[in-house]
Design a protein around this ligand. Structure first.
Ligand code: FAD
Ligand code: NA7
Length: 445
């Protein structure tokens, strides 16, 4: 009997997995039955923008954390699909830092080409995954008619992302603060803060981007408070970085260096939790946001039961390219094309990767670490050739560009690791470009 595979989530990871199977099928492989359960009504995961916050139309926690006017924060050349170049999708070279709608079009373009939509059950949330007698039981709920059912599978691939459930710290004085306190997960439109003095907590990607965005769209001032280290970018006029928040007194924020600022609103850019409460405890990944979570061989196979597979659970410099490498590896394990070593050997391998990660001290070393991880994945599978070393150099150049100009790095151009195409410059500098529509970006409007 053909084996059955459940995929949970139709974001970039889930789509990569279905596409990988379809590639093998097109080349004549005998591919298992695949069912993808997706709780939203459409595909694309975080890239499928929603205006909603809090609960969705079914009363489910909203998955989306992306906001209006979000532009890629890394060069698109570092996430290009090796078998579906940007040139192929758009029919013309495009600049290196596209807005969300353009990347959504690209991701779903490949998924349309390989016809994977037929495998997806939308509006269907996975409620529980357990394993016994060599079989996974997957309980799902159809959100539209509220029916539940349990199906059996031989493999489960969890591709639910990990930037949706906020980490929400509290500080003394939050209860009495007269303005809005929100997490970046609920941030949707910078224009809400036009003319306001904003406090942003955090010192990573969300803090950086939301501070820039809100100032670009009219915030009077943005104060970024770091807990451990400042980002240290050359911030434009109106944005400042200050040490950790101590407490609030009314609308006055007090920082541990004794300085104070009056603020109208607070955005907590304090990261996310891996939230996998629908997975039985013996199969459940528990980790913080790191480049190599523990207990995952090759970053994907659950050590105690490698038929339980997790995609995209690591922190991310690389995204779509890494997801493809993972999806190809998972597919080839399921198809019997690669075999996994013993549990002890897998445990040793995981420990070695984690020791290498512990030795990383700088973003440049972390970029090399994740590039080495992708090279390790691609070595064993037939993912199409692309110039991975070029992308690692691109990422390092990108880091330098950000240090030179945090408002100007998105105006730079990179070359494709797949086609060699050098991206054209965007017609408008990013700091001046208020329109993020695909039509304007592609120059059609
Ligand atoms: P997701 O995109 O989160 O998709 C997971 C899917 O699983 C969703 O469709 C969800 O509905 C579904 N799901 C979840 N739970 C269940 C369940 N129980 N049952 C059924 N379905 C379920 N990456 C970049 O490369 N460039 C960027 O510029 C960039 N910007 C970002 C900005 C923000 C604000 C955030 C939060 C992330 C950003 N990322 C960016 C990183 C992002 O994580 C990846 O690009 C990518 O979306 C991860 O894909 P995924 O499939 O792992 O997860
Ligand atoms: P990250 O990258 O996980 O960063 C979380 C940040 O939150 C990090 O700077 C933390 O500072 C900070 N943090 C956590 N707890 C606190 C408290 N209590 N007080 C102040 N600051 C805190 O999450 P992001 O949302 O920035 O990025 C996630 C993804 O979204 C990423 O892929 C982007 O592309 C978009 P620390 O350094 O630990 O002190």
């Amino acid at each position: 009997m053909a084996s059955r595979v459940a995929i949970v989530g139709a974001g970039p990871c889930g789509l990569a997995q279905m596409h990988a199977f379809e590639q093998a099928r097109a080349e004549g492989a005998d591919v298992p039955d695949i069912v993808c359960f997706e709780k939203q009504s459409d595909w694309g995961g975080l890239w499928n923008y929603t205006w909603r916050t809090g609960l969705d139309e079914w009363g489910e926690p909203v998955h989306g954390s992306m906001y209006r006017f979000l532009w890629s924060n890394g060069p698109k050349e570092c996430l290009e699909f090796a078998d579906y170049a940007f040139d192929e999708h758009f029919g013309q070279p495009i600049p290196s830092f596209p807005p969300r709608e353009v990347l959504y079009d690209y991701i779903t373009g490949r998924a349309k080409k390989s016809n994977v939509r037929e495998f997806i059950e939308f509006n269907t949330a996975v409620r529980w995954i357990s394993y016994s007698d060599e079989t996974f039981s997957v309980t799902v709920e159809n959100l539209a008619d509220r029916s539940t059912r349990t199906e059996e599978f031989d493999y489960v691939i969890v591709a639910t992302g990990h930037f949706s459930v906020p980490h929400m710290p509290s500080y003394p004085g939050f209860e009495q603060f007269p303005g809005r306190i929100m997490h970046s997960h609920d941030f949707r439109d910078s224009r809400e803060f036009d003319g306001k003095d904003l406090l942003v907590l955090g010192s990573s990607y969300s803090a950086e981007d939301i501070a820039l965005q809100t100032r670009k769209y009219g915030a009077k001032s943005v104060t970024i408070s770091y807990r451990t280290n400042p980002m240290g970018f050359p911030w434009p006029d109106g944005i400042d970085e200050v040490p950790k928040l101590s407490h609030l007194d009314g609308d006055v924020a007090h920082f541990i260096d004794g300085t104070t600022r009056r603020v109208d609103a607070i955005v907590l850019c304090t990261g996310y939790q891996h939230s996998l409460g629908f997975v039985a405890e013996d199969l459940r990944l528990r980790t913080n946001n790191v480049l190599y979570p523990d207990n995952l061989y090759k970053g994907v196979f659950w050590l105690d039961n490698p038929k339980m597979i997790y995609l995209g659970m690591q922190d991310q410099y690389y995204t779509f390219t890494m997801f493809d490498g993972q999806a190809w590896y998972a597919r080839d394990y399921i198809l019997g094309r690669v075999t996994l070593p013993s549990r002890d050997e897998m445990a040793v391998d995981i420990a070695e990767w984690r020791a290498k990660l512990d030795a990383c001290e700088t973003p440049i070393q972390e970029i090399d670490f994740q590039a080495d991880y992708i090279a390790d994945l691609c070595r064993d599978v037939d993912y199409p050739e692309f110039d991975l070393d070029l992308t690692r150099e691109h990422f390092k150049t990108w880091e330098h560009h950000k240090e030179e100009s945090i408002i100007g790095y998105r105006d730079r151009s990179f070359s494709s690791p797949c086609t060699g195409t050098v991206a054209p410059a965007h017609h408008t500098p990013w700091w001046q470009e208020l329109d993020d529509s695909m039509a304007t970006f592609l120059g059609n409007k």
